[in-house]
Design a protein around this ligand. Structure first.
Ligand SMILES: [Ca+2]
Length: 101
């Protein structure tokens, strides 16, 4: 059976996290350096993000204050991002429907 686009998206989320989390320290958490690499290399917006913005992001995600982010914290961030994307999609769809009436 072919993988659905949703399954592909989920697989990408998991493999992207582990692609960076295994580089230093614990293989199951992202250090600040690993998170920075992930943001810079795997997010189009990453190149434009300032160091201070990445620091702020890490601080807001690092709920255990141990300078590491586990998969749960990472998925919560992505969830917020996906809610943002979903909101954009709904707005775009409304615009599309209104334009085609
Ligand atoms: Ca790590």
């Amino acid at each position: 059976m072919l993988e659905t686009s949703l399954e592909k998206a989920l697989t990408t989320m998991v493999t992207t996290f582990h692609k960076y989390s295994g580089r230093e320290g614990s293989k199951l958490t992202l250090s600040r350096k690993e998170l920075k690499e992930l943001i810079k290399k795997d997010l189009c917006l990453g190149e434009k993000m300032k160091e201070s913005s990445i620091d702020d992001l890490m601080k807001s995600l690092d709920k255990h204050s141990d300078q590491e982010m586990d998969f749960k914290q990472y998925s919560e961030t992505s969830l917020e991002y996906s809610v943002f994307l979903t909101t954009l999609c709904v707005a775009y769809n409304d615009f599309f429907l209104a334009d085609n009436q």
